[in-house]
Every structure is written in structure tokens, then in C-alpha cells.
Design a protein around this ligand. Structure first.
Ligand code: 6PG
Length: 246
């Protein structure tokens, strides 16, 4: 696995650099293909990147309706819950004028919409998009926040889901709350020109070191199981890259 490491001095510079890089990849994909699909991630730095991306939308003169935003995983809670990964983006988009990107959201939890149905509905949405792009990597960029245990999306160490060949799967026992989630599989997350893994803060240092080692297996660090077709980049701040010595 060929993984590049890019280190930025702090979290803010990391967020700015990643968001600018996503916009540039989107512009290139729209120029060559007319549509760009990007996978966003929840978590601290992932949400900050997504919000910075929303800030850049009005400054970037492309037809944003041809930009499709997905989430690598979503907490299976009501749309209005502060636990949702997509809520900050949905709220921020309300404050900017059209054209806005097209959002692909996991359905909300409710009495008559169980987790398995939410996962299969999201799976159908993703597979419909795959069918539109038979000759092209479906995602131009996949963003993934690195968990302190090496998880990405809702694929956790030691779980059978690491090997799943499904497009998307229901997760009912996430060790990171809330327990119920819908996650793209690692196989789906690999269908990307570029995979960018985000790590900020000293609590990510150990997972990042293990991720960068050729000795590490995805069973222990699931992030190790996701590579981009063109490139795989770990974007880290100095604390995540070098640990407490910084
Ligand atoms: C979630 C996220 C998850 C997250 C990582 C990193 O739903 O919790 O999608 O995969 O990206 O846990 O999160 P932090 O950056 O907050 O540590």
C-alpha cells in the first residue's frame, strides 16, 4: 500500500488545505466529466473540513448541483439529532444561495424505518450512481476521519465488516456511540480516485503510526484497508504525525 503523509502545522491549516484540495478535485472532475461525487466524513476534523467546503461553495463558480455529496457513514438517529454526521452541513448549506450540491443522506431512524431498511435504501442510492459511471471510479475523493483505534467510517477493528463485499452495511454495535449506524464498506470506499485520511491531535498518533506501517493488517487498523485508485494520502497535523513530542 503506497500511502503519502502530508503534515500541516496545526488543525486549522489541515482543514483549510484539505477543503481547498477537495474543491480543486471537484473542479477538475466537473471539467472532464460534468459530475463529481465526493464522500464526506463525520468526526471533529472531518466536520470542520465539510464546513470549510461549504464556505468555499459561493466562491467557486461551478454548477454545484452537479456535485454529489455522500457520507461514508451516518449515525442512525433522527435528522434533527445533534449526533447526525450530516446535520452541520445541511444547516450550513441553508445559509448560502443556490446552486447547492446534491446531498445523499442516510434516512433517519423512526419506528417504521429500521436500520436494515436504511442501509439497503442507501445501498440502492449508491449502486444507482455506480451504474451511471461504469467506466470511471465513482468517487473523485473519499474523506475519512481516522479514529484513535484506527477505524474509518463505522468499520471498527476486529469486526467481520472489514472484509464485507456489500456496498453498504448496517452496524448495530458501534463501540463509538451511538451504537446504530449505516456505513459504506471498505470495498465501496476504495472505489475512489483519491482516498484522503484525516488525523488531528495526539490521540491519533499511535493509530497513524500503525497505519503507515507495512506490517499492519486492516483487521487491526481498518484504515489500512482503504486505498485510492490514483493515490492515498494521510493528512495530519504535527500532533497526530509526531505525537506528544510536539
Ligand atoms: C463517526 C465518524 C467517524 C469519525 C472518526 C474520527 O460517525 O463517528 O464518521 O468515523 O470520522 O471516529 O472522528 P474524530 O475526528 O472526532 O476523532
Amino acid at each position: 500500500m503506497d500511502v503519502q503523509l502530508r503534515v500541516l502545522p496545526d488543525a486549522q491549516q489541515l482543514v483549510d488545505a484539505v477543503a481547498a484540495g477537495v474543491v480543486s478535485s471537484i473542479v477538475g472532475e466537473l471539467e472532464s466529466y460534468g459530475r463529481a461525487d465526493v464522500v464526506l466524513t463525520g468526526g471533529g476534523v472531518g466536520t470542520a473540513v465539510a464546513l470549510r467546503l461549504v464556505d468555499l461553495i459561493p466562491q467557486t463558480l461551478v454548477d454545484w448541483t452537479n456535485v454529489h455529496l455522500w457520507w461514508g457513514d451516518e449515525r442512525f438517529v433522527p435528522y434533527a439529532s445533534a449526533d447526525r454526521n450530516d446535520l452541520p452541513v445541511v444547516s450550513a448549506l441553508r445559509d448560502i444561495p443556490p446552486p447547492r450540491p446534491t446531498l445523499h443522506r442516510v434516512g433517519e431512524s423512526s419506528i417504521d424505518f429500521p436500520l436494515a431498511d436504511a442501509s439497503s435504501a442507501y445501498q440502492t442510492d449508491i449502486e444507482d450512481m455506480f451504474a451511471l459511471k461504469p467506466d470511471r471510479p465513482p468517487f473523485v475523493v473519499v474523506l475519512l476521519g481516522l479514529g484513535p483505534d484506527g477505524h474509518v467510517a463505522s468499520i471498527f477493528p476486529g469486526r467481520p465488516s472489514i472484509e464485507s463485499s456489500m456496498t453498504c452495511l448496517p452496524v448495530s454495535d458501534s463501540p463509538k456511540p451511538p451504537a446504530n449506524r449505516v456505513s459504506m464498506s471498505l470495498a465501496t470506499l476504495r472505489k475512489a480516485c483519491q482516498v484522503w485520511i484525516l488525523a488531528s491531535g495526539t490521540e491519533k498518533h499511535q493509530a497513524l503510526e500503525r497505519l503507515m506501517s507495512d506490517e499492519t493488517h486492516p483487521t487491526d487498523i481498518p484504515a489500512r484497508g482503504v486505498q485510492g485508485i490514483d493515490s492515498t494520502i494521510v493528512w495530519a497535523d504535527t500532533q497526530a504525525a509526531y505525537g506528544a513530542s510536539q
